[in-house]
Design a protein around this ligand. Structure first.
Ligand SMILES: Cc1cc2nc3c(=O)[nH]c(=O)nc-3n(C[C@H](O)[C@H](O)[C@H](O)COP(=O)(O)OP(=O)(O)OC[C@H]3O[C@@H](n4cnc5c(N)ncnc54)[C@H](O)[C@@H]3O)c2cc1C
Length: 455
């Protein structure tokens, strides 16, 4: 059967996931963990690998054949699966965890994120649960108000809400056909086969042969690594984050609050009538050890802002332990000619797996959502009409998205550097001249313009 015929998906309810007992691979060597980098230097492109140029996963008879496999059930993976589903393409989502991520804090989504959530039909499930943020206020560490902005005054179409990550993931997942997500399925090895399919081996030893692989496996993406992307780079600051809970109702107005100090800044934003998201971002020469003890994290966070407006300390104190985390901030700059393209053959990366960016513009998840609809539209067209080919569709996704995500990654990084300045003179100029007199919010939020049709 012609490959594209195999790819064609005609019926949403028809299961393409078949387990064959007779699928045999061409090469029968074990891929030694850690050899993936070597493998990449040995071949000049996904499609041009030959059976002798790589070490293959040992041939097995039980290989599950799939049309589209998405690795990672985060925002990018679920939004891509749902976008494809809306366009009549079934996918299988492999997630390493036993369930959707239930902890975590919140994400501020701007109008570009909401446009995508509208397009894939989940925005109106989410909107009633989360407050619309009207504006933002910027203060210095002594509590002095430096400037206040109103989002709608700058741009009538702006929409800002912080959504709980857990709720966003559940809402996306609930719209997918049953059995789309396969949990406890950690990808361990990946291998190209000579006909362009991809063999995925999971930690439990099971194997899948996929026509198309979409890597939505986050900032530490094994798929991006396999494709030759550099490790994300630590940018010199870390963030404490948490989601404070107020059973009697939280006391804050619907606006983002920022407090800027020297080499240190904090912020909080009401998420819902009972929850408030907060962060404290501090300079550190190294990412430091991983700490999971919430009491230690809270203590360290409070120590940083102990002389700052007391509302910050109260918010940290009102935070349940399971939502407090400390994250080193990292990004990856997709330099043209140096960084690999977003796709190699029929393997492609989406969201943080491709373009991890610092959270200074609140655009990582928003861009992951944008990626998912752009990719899904191109891919579904290729699958349904055979023109363009799947490989061309994936290439076109990368070409369209790169000018969007590369400058944003740099911009987010630069904004972070400015906000983390330590020099007292520079900070004084920033707080007394730049923020009160020079900053204009409109141009700063132009990157939130994004249009897409409903799927
Ligand atoms: C401090 C901070 C604040 C942020 N704030 C915002 C914000 O306000 N607004 C915003 O838009 N963005 C924000 N972001 C960015 C946002 O969190 C990310 O861009 C977004 O989560 C990316 O989604 P993703 O699906 O690409 O990756 P992830 O959310 O990381 O999901 C990856 C998934 O892949 C799975 N996975 C990984 N490896 C494997 C494997 N080998 N096999 C199977 N599954 C695997 C993981 O378990 C996970 O479920 C922030 C980031 C940080 C660090």
């Amino acid at each position: 059967m012609h490959m594209v015929q195999l790819l064609r998906y005609r019926n949403n309810n028809m299961s393409m996931a078949t387990t064959t007992s007779s699928f045999v691979f061409l090469k029968s060597h074990t891929l030694v963990p850690g050899h993936t980098k070597t493998l990449l230097t040995q071949v000049d492109g996904f499609g041009s690998r030959t059976s002798t140029s790589y070490k293959g996963i040992r041939a097995q008879s039980d290989v599950q054949k799939e049309q589209v496999v998405i690795v990672g059930a985060g925002i990018a993976g679920l939004a891509t699966a749902l976008s494809l589903h809306r366009l009549g393409v079934r996918s299988l989502v492999l997630e390493q965890s036993e369930s959707l991520r239930t902890g975590g804090t919140s994400l501020t989504l701007f109008k570009n994120g909401w446009r995508v959530l509208d397009a894939i039909g989940v925005a109106n499930d989410l909107r009633p649960q989360f407050l619309e943020i009207q504006g933002m206020v910027v203060k210095s560490q002594d509590g002095r108000e430096l400037r206040a902005f109103n989002f709608k005054q700058e741009d009538q179409s702006q929409e800002v809400r912080a959504v709980e990550r857990r709720v966003l993931l559940e809402t996306l997942a609930n719209q997918l056909p049953q059995d789309t997500i396969q949990y406890s399925s950690e990808l361990e090895r990946i291998e190209a086969t000579p006909n362009g399919d991809t063999l995925l081996q999971l930690v439990d030893g099971s194997k899948l042969l996929a026509k198309i692989v979409i890597g939505c496996d986050g900032i530490r993406s094994p798929i991006a690594k396999w494709m030759g992307f550099a490790e994300p780079k630590y940018v010199g600051h870390c963030a404490f984050r948490g989601l404070a809970s107020y059973s009697e109702g939280q006391p804050f107005g619907p606006r983002v609050n920022y407090v800027y100090g020297r080499g240190l800044r904090a912020g909080f934003v009401p998420v819902s009538p009972t929850k408030v998201y907060w962060f404290i971002c501090f300079n550190s020469p190294s990412p430091g050890p991983k700490i999971t003890d919430a009491s230690v994290l809270k203590k360290q966070a409070k120590e940083l802002v102990k002389n700052w407006p007391s509302e910050l300390l109260n918010i940290v104190d009102s935070t349940p332990d399971d939502t407090v985390i400390r994250t080193p901030l990292e990004d990856r700059w997709l330099w043209p000619g140096i960084s690999p393209p977003a796709s190699a053959g029929r393997v492609v990366v989406v969201g943080d797996a491709w373009h991890p960016m610092t959270p200074n513009l609140g655009q990582g998840a928003c861009c992951a959502l944008e990626d998912s609809v752009v990719l899904a539209k191109k891919l579904a067209r290729a699958i349904h009409s055979e023109d363009p080919s799947v490989e061309e569709a994936l290439r076109s996704y990368g070409t369209e998205r790169w000018p969007r995500v590369f400058p944003l990654t740099i911009r987010a990084n630069l904004v972070g550097s400015v906000l983390q300045w330590e020099n007292p003179v520079v900070c004084s100029v920033r707080n007394n001249i730049v923020i009160p007199k020079l900053v204009r919010l409109g141009p700063l939020l132009e990157h939130t313009n994004f249009t897409c049709e409903n799927l």
